[in-house]
Design a protein around this ligand. Structure first.
Ligand SMILES: [Zn+2]
Length: 415
């Protein structure tokens, strides 16, 4: 194998001629500089549309692009960056076969970066690649934009979940749409109002909108309004995930009310004891440790109210696990019991559930399994809490598509 081909493989480029390889810079900050040029067929093309067009000038002279490191040393590709005049895009820097437009990083570097951002921590990605976190998010935006082309991700979608995701500490919102059958994120945009949801239906077009059979959502009226306007044939279901979350919140309220009562009555030890029950109460029974099971048994003896609330939460989960007519009759029983529970948070929840009963029955009857879209929603919420944050909603959306929208590239050289 010639030196030329060896170097092409090492730096991960195609349609490229290797002119020279040199070590540049001082010890500790050395850079392997690989001088390159596009092969004849790739020269003189528009950086936007890649069509062949006439040359304009030599642009800003030699430019460099980071490629993946070689062992311990930084690698940079160096080449001329002439400009061309495109009929559609005007005077632009000519396309290069080793990098996307308007970036200082090669394809191999950017794909590695995106893969790491999807699979490991932001801090590790930035440190390992010697770039700032903001650079990582900009790279993710570029990689995702290239892989999200076209509307094929909307093809064959019939059952969707529409959800709002808070970010910026709850001051801003995104609306996210997932495909129930694949669990994939298929659309997201800043905002939470009817117009935002209608923009989704406009994006997929009236033909695809007419094929949507089921839409699950939380109780938000603005979602329901948009669905009724744009996909009137779709059956609206209430996400089991949200309903169970309401019950979990009600249970937490009962527990806190009791702890407050005990504290006010001077029973500080008992109040602390109630505080310590939180995790046992909120976990699913199957995930409980032996000690947490003991905690629950103790509660059943001494704090009937909290234990009753716990059973109400679990019973509601059981309603959704049962589905169909059986689930429907369990729901009737649940409402009867909750209304008479003498626990204010649960009598209130019973009224809410009564109001949405038709939509909940839709969920039970149509058996919308939301395990996959729930996983996507949970993941999106985790993303919004990521240590470094995202400088724009678009950066957050790009990261969401990378990890849950099927936009993560393979690591270079592994095909
Ligand atoms: Zn062009």
């Amino acid at each position: 194998m010639s030196q030329h081909r060896v170097w092409k493989r090492i730096v991960g480029v195609e349609h490229t001629v290797i002119e020279a390889v040199e070590l540049d810079g001082e010890v500790g900050v050395e850079v392997v500089v690989v001088s390159v040029r596009p092969t004849r067929s790739r020269r003189g093309r528009c950086g936007q549309c890649r069509r062949r067009c006439p040359g304009y000038d030599q642009g800003g002279g030699r430019r460099r692009w980071r490629a993946p490191d070689l062992g311990t040393v930084i690698v940079e590709l160096e080449a001329d960056a002439p400009r061309v005049r495109c009929g559609d895009h005007g005077v632009v820097v000519a396309a290069v076969p080793w990098a996307r437009a308007n970036t200082r990083f090669s394809y191999a570097f950017e794909d590695t970066c995106a893969w790491m951002a999807a699979h490991t921590s932001g801090a590790a990605t930035a440190e390992y690649l010697r770039v700032a976190w903001r650079t990582v998010t900009a790279i993710v935006e570029r990689v995702v934009a290239g892989r999200l082309d076209g509307k094929t991700r909307f093809d064959g979608v019939t059952r969707i979940g529409i959800d709002e995701i808070a970010h910026r500490k709850g001051h801003r919102y995104l609306t996210a749409v997932t495909d129930h059958d694949t669990g994939r994120l298929i659309w997201a945009a800043p905002g939470r109002d009817t117009a935002t949801v209608e923009a989704f239906f406009d994006a997929i077009g009236p033909e695809r909108a007419a094929k949507i059979t089921h839409v699950s959502a939380d109780g938000a009226e603005w979602i329901h309004t948009a669905v009724t306007n744009k996909a009137p044939q779709a059956i609206i279901c209430l996400d089991a995930f949200h309903v169970v979350a309401w019950a979990t919140k009600a249970l937490d309220q009962v527990r806190r009310d009791l702890a407050g009562e005990l504290r006010r009555a001077g029973a500080t030890d008992a109040a602390a004891g109630i505080k310590g029950t939180r995790w046992a109460l909120l976990k699913n029974p199957a995930d409980l440790t032996a000690i947490q099971r003991g905690t629950l048994a103790g509660l059943a003896q001494t704090n009937r109210g909290v234990y009753r609330a716990y059973l109400l939460k679990e019973q509601l989960r059981a309603v959704f696990a049962a589905k169909g007519d059986h689930g429907r009759s369990l729901l009737g029983g649940w409402l009867y019991w909750a209304k008479r529970s003498q626990l204010e948070p649960f009598t209130k929840l019973a009224r809410t559930i009564e109001r949405y009963k038709d939509l909940i029955v839709n969920t039970l009857i149509h058996g919308l399994s939301n395990a996959r879209s729930e996983a996507t929603n949970v993941h999106l919420r985790v993303l919004t809490r990521r240590a470094y944050g995202f400088h724009s909603p678009e950066a957050l959306i790009a990261m969401a598509f990378l990890t849950r929208g099927g936009c993560c590239p393979d690591l270079p050289g592994r095909a």
